[in-house]
Design a protein around this ligand. Structure first.
Ligand code: ATP
Length: 219
């Protein structure tokens, strides 16, 4: 049995980071007893159009969102943002695994929508050998677990006692918020005050972000 506690990473485009990203993960941290959640903003996602805000602007918004969040749960890992080229999640976790060692319990936090596409991710079976998958509920996405039934656990303690390979679906609050909806609202000059933290909203206003429509806004 490992003596180490689970370290959880949370990847995302965060274009912009919003309450739908943060609040379910705060609830997940309580359910699973996570001391730290390491945010991993993507540089250039491989499976979707490029972000509208620059990597620097997304990093700044992520920093501001953390500063608006009570406690010290979140920190940022800038490794993907600093890459000049896109990276697959499995490659990032290979590097993380090398750093933490073979026995350290590691987790990747995703939303329910991402769980549905996980089997199609690049080398997804290998990813599951590198980390657990911790899933936050997201409204509008049905639970479909046929491909991972043998990996499912409802015991959060088990996640701390083995390095990788389990899928835990957490009963976190369902927030009907998405970055694409926020970009659309900002483009239409509609308020987003209950969707974003105050500092992130202030930064978006100051930088004039998301005022023009982009391919991503229209998707
Ligand atoms: P977009 O609308 O541009 O697709 P998004 O709001 O889904 O963006 P991402 O940065 O692409 O945000 O998502 C990063 C991670 O956060 C994904 O695993 C996604 O499932 C999760 N996530 C995003 N919004 C929510 C939400 N409201 N509830 C639960 N999980 C969420």
């Amino acid at each position: 049995m490992s003596e180490q506690f689970l370290t959880a990473f949370y990847g995302g485009t965060f274009d912009p980071i919003h309450h739908g990203h943060l609040q379910p993960v705060i609830a997940l941290a309580q359910l699973v007893n996570l001391q730290r959640v390491i945010l991993l903003p993507n540089h250039l996602p491989l499976h979707r159009p490029p972000p509208q805000a620059t990597p620097y602007q997304r990093l700044m918004m992520t920093r501001l969102a953390i500063a608006d969040t009570p406690g010290k749960l979140f920190i940022i890992d800038e490794r993907e943002l600093r890459r000049a080229t896109p990276s697959w999640t499995v490659e990032t976790f290979q590097a993380i695994r090398r750093e933490y060692g073979p026995m350290a319990p590691l987790g990747l936090i995703i939303g329910q929508d991402s769980l549905l596409t996980l089997p199609q991710w690049h080398r997804s079976e290998e990813l599951l050998k590198l980390c657990h998958i911790l899933v936050c509920a997201r409204p509008g996405y049905l639970h479909s677990d046929h491909w991972m039934v043998h990996r499912l656990t409802d015991d959060p303690i088990a996640l701390h006692h083995q390095p990788a390979g389990l899928v835990y679906c957490a009963a976190t609050p369902e927030l009907d918020i998405s970055a694409s909806d926020i970009r659309g609202r900002l483009h239409a000059i509609l308020p987003c005050y209950d969707l974003l933290t105050p500092s992130v909203q202030g930064y978006i206003n100051e930088q004039g972000l998301y005022r023009t429509a982009s391919v991503r806004t229209l998707l």
